[in-house]
Structure formats: C-alpha cells, structure tokens
Design a protein around this ligand. Structure first.
Ligand code: FES
Ligand SMILES: [Fe+2]
Length: 346
C-alpha cells in the first residue's frame, strides 16, 4: 500500500500541484537524468515539486531528497569524493545507500547517529535514463521498451530541455498529428497534406497506441533538400502517464525511433528527455541529426508553452474536438481515469 501522501516532501512555498494529483503521479516512475550525466558532481533535480539530488555511489546511482540530514542544506551544493557525497555545509559524508559514513567535526571513535540518513527513493536505469518513483511501490513499471542501444542501431541522447509547460501538454503535443503540416513546415511537415485520415486508437492496460500514414518531407538533417516527400508510417506507443515511443518507418525500411518522456518538475514546468535510435546511417556523425531534432522540438515548444489553459483540460466538454483529435481525447480520458483532476495548481 502506498503512503497516503508525499506532501511532507515539498517545501510549502514551492508547492504547485494539487496534493491529490501529485500523489497520483508520485506512484509512477519518472526519469530525472541521463545515466551518463551522473558523474563527478551531484545533480540537483526537481520532480513533482520535490527537490532531489542524484549521485553515483559505490552501490550505483542514488536518488535522494536534496536535504542534508544534519542541518537541512541542499546536498546538490556539495561535491563527490569518489563515490561519497559530501555536504558543502559541514562536510558530512553519505554513501549511495543514503547512510552517513563520516562526520568531520566529531572524533571518529564517536558512533554516527543512525538518524543521519538520507531519504532515498528507488532508482532504476533503463534506456540510458535514471528513473525514480517517489511513492513506491509503483503503480506500473517504466515503459516496456526494448533496452537501448538496440544491436546494430545508432542511439543518440538529445540534451534534456526545459519546457515551461505542464507535462500532459508536452505529451499531447508529441502525440498530436494535425499540427505537423503547420508547426513543422520548416522541417519535415508537408503543407500540402493537412488532412488527417481516420485512425484507430488501441487501448492497452498501460497506455495507448495508434498508427498513421503521413507524406513527410523526407529529411532528418537541415542540410537535406525539402523537396523529397516519402509516405511514412508513424507508430505511436504512449505509456501512461508521460512516455511515448514514436517509430517513423520509411517505405525503404529506414526506421527512426523517437523516445520522448516529459518529467513533471512542477505543475507547469517539465524536463523533456528524448532519445533517437535509427537503423540507417549508423556510422554517420550524430550532430546533424541532433541539430535537426532540436530544430523540430523548438518549433513545438513555444506553441505549447503558450497554450491556455496551462493545464490540460481533462473534462472533454471544455474544448472542441475533431476526428483528428482521437488520440488526445483518449489520452485525456486515460489521465482522468488515473484519478487526476486536471486542476493541478494548488
Ligand atoms: S547541513 Fe550538511 S553537513 Fe551540516
Ligand atoms: Fe510537433
């Protein structure tokens, strides 16, 4: 049985979520960093209004509340001494289990209080991301995607980006199909193909799936000609609440997988991790593809950050829907079924 609430982990002045919605989302795994980022320095992160520190201990990657057990300093201001996290205030030392292993101000023969222990959360690494759950046991596992890297494929980590938008807004945009011919005219969108043909959304226990054909401007670097159009198949697999794998399949067998996960730092700010994996051009430099995908994401971001209301309306009567919006209708329904209210700011 989950703890009833995680409100006690949030500094009151920093609470942005309605407490009930925060508790629902705290029962899921969310990524807080790429595993490759967790290196010489502790990382400061925020998840569901909770300040976290992420570091690499001897036992593996540790996710803990960013709060020293001595005088409440932020541990992310500290440093690493090998696999030991050292608080910047009085130098207390912590192992990857969260146990305090050294108190410089007292004689080493004095036993260390067992109360000097960090509040830790489970951490798993999958797809190169560090996932954590603030209210274990989790309601569902992380997305059941095949582990990365796929053999023979080339994997790229996009730099994590901050969106001043609610996570469900980012996710709905990533799964929205009617915007491609408009927002993405400067990259892969085909202005001559605004019409979205009927598609079916399959409901799964952990999420939603649908397939769409789209005559895309066939390029994945800005240097390529925007003249070639290819009839792509897009397969979207959304894992609730905020993870999507989009497979872009070309008629000649080229596949680009785009993994998109929005982490709700606050009710209206998200950290977006994205990975690309492709089965073609696997020996090419990655920079042009990363630059192109950043360009695409930056076509979306200002639109999403500007949407009103800021929170995704989960009551379907609040907005007007067309047949192209089938996916977003299903997504809003499923978020509501998780117990979210959509009235997210306390
Ligand atoms: S507050 Fe961290 S060592 Fe004192
Ligand atoms: Fe988009």
């Amino acid at each position: 049985m989950n703890d009833p609430t995680i409100a006690g982990l949030v500094r009151p002045a920093e609470a942005t979520f309605a407490a009930a919605d925060r508790d629902v989302l705290a029962s899921y795994w969310h990524p807080v960093a790429y595993a490759s980022e967790v290196a010489e320095m502790p990382l400061a992160r925020r998840l569901l209004d909770v300040r976290l520190v992420v570091f690499r201990g001897e036992e593996g990657i540790c996710v803990a509340r960013d709060l020293c057990a001595h005088r409440g300093a932020s541990l992310s201001r500290g440093s690493m001494d090998g696999t030991t996290l050292v608080c910047a205030y009085h130098g207390f030392r912590y192992s990857g289990t969260g146990a305090c292993t050294g108190v410089p101000s007292q004689d080493p023969s004095v036993p260390i209080s067992r109360k000097l222990h960090l509040q830790t959360f489970p951490a798993v690494v999958a797809q190169g991301l560090v996932w954590t759950c603030l209210r274990p046991p989790a309601a569902a596992p992380p997305p059941s995607w095949p582990g990365l890297p796929l053999p023979g494929w080339q994997t790229m980590e996009m730099p994590a980006s901050t969106w001043k938008a609610a996570a469900p807004r980012q996710v709905e945009n990533f799964n929205d199909v009617a915007h491609l011919s408009f927002v993405h005219r400067g990259s892969f969108g085909n202005p001559s193909a605004p019409r979205i043909h009927e598609y079916r959304v399959d409901e799964h226990a952990d999420g939603l799936e649908f397939t769409l054909r789209y005559p895309q401007v066939d390029r994945d670097t800005l240097a390529q000609s925007p003249e070639v159009i290819s009839d792509m198949t897009y397969v979207y697999r959304l894992t609730l609440p905020f993870s999507t794998l989009l497979s872009i399949i070309a008629p000649d067998g080229r596949i680009l997988n785009v993994y998109d996960v929005a982490t709700p730092e606050t009710a209206r700010q998200s950290r977006v991790h994205m990975l690309l994996s492709r089965n073609y051009s696997t020996g090419d430099p990655t920079a042009p593809a990363i630059e192109f995908q950043s360009y695409v994401n930056n076509e979306d971001r200002p639109v999403v950050e500007d949407q009103y209301p800021e929170d995704l309306p989960l009551d379907l009567r609040e907005e007007v829907h067309t047949s192209a919006d089938r996916m977003s209708i299903s997504y809003r329904r499923r978020l509501a079924a998780l117990g979210l209210t959509g009235a997210w700011v306390a």
